[in-house]
Design a protein around this ligand. Structure first.
Ligand SMILES: Nc1nc2c(ncn2[C@@H]2O[C@H](COP(=O)(O)OP(=O)(O)OP(=O)(O)O)[C@@H](O)[C@H]2O)c(=O)[nH]1
Ligand SMILES: [Mg+2]
Length: 223
């Protein structure tokens, strides 16, 4: 099985090179697709110097639009989303893929909450994540612990068939909602998490949290 790692990136000059070298260090059959979402800092220049990756340059449209563009270029059997920061540990791909194979699952989510010693950056992000997860469980009868996790590993054919419409951070709730509507099982595994601060470049905010909840409601009640 070949893993396709999609990395949406917008203005991450401080972390992109280190992140890509960490992903490359993972011993798996994989391809790395970096979607540069109209970065205006040094990101593009850094990407030009790196080899062994596929780079797609596009006009800025948000994380969801970047991922959708990335999906069209994938040649692997399984896709995982990797942010261009250092909040997650790509070594967790190995275990996630293993669980996917052993449990014959189509979808594996890495849960930060299930990991012992879960680190919290800001209380509001933690609570926001909890609220989004709780809403997803309530609306779709799920029983997951970390809906907004970046580490969503999904079979390529399945992810393509979801016909995603998202542009920004509503990627996560749209995927979860559409999987749940089809009654596709989401297997969760514990993953490590090293939260970054807003000064470090974290971009998501409270409005994105409300948009996530609205997206969950929309796909629950509207076709
Ligand atoms: N804000 C923003 N981020 C983008 C855009 N395009 C791609 N990204 C990338 O999306 C990723 C997530 O941004 P973060 O600010 O770390 O947000 P987060 O809280 O980790 O968000 P999630 O993991 O998506 O829940 C980063 O790798 C960004 O570089 C864009 O247009 N705007
Ligand atoms: Mg992040």
């Amino acid at each position: 099985m070949k893993l396709s790692v999609i990395i949406p990136v917008y203005n991450e000059e401080r972390t992109i090179a280190e992140l890509i070298s960490r992903v490359k260090a993972v011993k798996l059959n994989m391809e790395i697709i970096v979607v540069n979402d109209g970065s205006v800092d040094g990101t593009s220049r850094i990407l030009d110097t790196l080899d062994g990756i596929t780079v797609i340059n596009k006009k800025n449209g948000g994380k969801g639009s970047a991922i959708r563009e990335g999906i069209t270029a994938v040649t692997g059997d399984v896709i995982v989303i990797q942010d261009a920061d250092l909040e997650y540990d790509p070594n967790d791909f190995v275990m996630m893929l293993d669980v996917m194979n052993k449990q014959a699952a189509d979808v594996v989510y890495g849960s930060r909450v299930l990991h012992e010693g879960y680190e919290i950056s800001y209380r509001r992000y933690y609570l926001g994540g909890k609220l989004v997860t709780w809403t997803a469980n309530l609306l779709y009868g799920l029983n997951i612990t970390d809906e907004p996790t970046c580490y969503k590993m999904i079979k390529t054919d399945l992810l393509r068939s979801l016909n995603l419409q998202c542009s920004r951070f509503e990627f996560c709730p749209e995927v979860t909602a559409k999987l749940a509507r089809r009654k596709i099982k989401i297997v969760e595994v514990p993953i490590s998490y090293f939260p970054r601060t807003i000064e470090d470049g974290k971009k998501i905010n409270a409005l994105d949290g409300f948009e996530a909840i609205w997206t969950l409601i929309k796909y629950r009640f509207v076709r």
